[in-house]
Design a protein around this ligand. Sequence first.
Ligand code: PEP
Ligand code: MN
Length: 263
Amino acid sequence: LVSRKKKPENTIIDIKGEKIGDGNVHHVMGPCAVESYDQVSEVAKAVKSKGVNLLRGGAFKPRTSPYDFQGLGLEGLKVLKKVADESGLAVVSEIVNPADIEKAADYLDVIQIGARNMQNFELLKAAGEVDKPVLLKRGMSATISEFLNAAEYIIAKGNGNIILCERGIRTYEKATRNTLDISAVPILKQETHLPVMVDVTHSTGRRDLLLPAARAALAIGADGVMAEVHPDPAVALSDAAQQMDIPTFEKFMDELQAFSESG
Ligand code: PEP
Ligand code: MN
């Protein structure tokens, strides 16, 4: 059902008026994790002032180590909902437990399924049963075919509002956190009718590569870019090394916009 052979025209997903997949770019920006109301609200103001209408922030954090910050959970979703109501932004946040999907739909505009859960089939099925767009990230060791099968699990349950997100894959290369598989973008666009985004933060893991990776993503046909922004990355509870502070984010957006307009 995700195949372009089944449905030749692009799927356009309307999220609070942002029409993802309409040929214009729509970015998703915000902190790695929700840490406090003040933190999210400060980032939301910066994001909105740069014309980005989709705000991200993790409440349930799938951390590699059990001793790292695990997120604020439901409290974090409540913070996002409050900021969304005040700012008019749409909010995107990861859900890791199938039992939380229905409740999460009351707080979020988009349900994110993360790389570590791309083949959590019960989670995929649960996301397929709610009337809420899903941002599905590629697993860190998933082939494109496995990625498409994961999306198929969601659409097979009735939810076709899926945004695919390339976020880098695990290779032998250690210069970046993951290897951004940029050619996945046009392949996914050719093979499916779904919008495709590129997460430049988790793929590169390097602040100095965010802008060139974002430019490459737009040049190759992505529908938008995801990146992380924090008021004070040095004290962030997760991903301190690659989140942008607000002045850096503003410069990033100005340069990305100039690039889009030049193209
Ligand atoms: C995230 O976007 O918050 C995240 C954890 O990314 P990924 O699932 O791609 O590692
Ligand atoms: Mn992160």
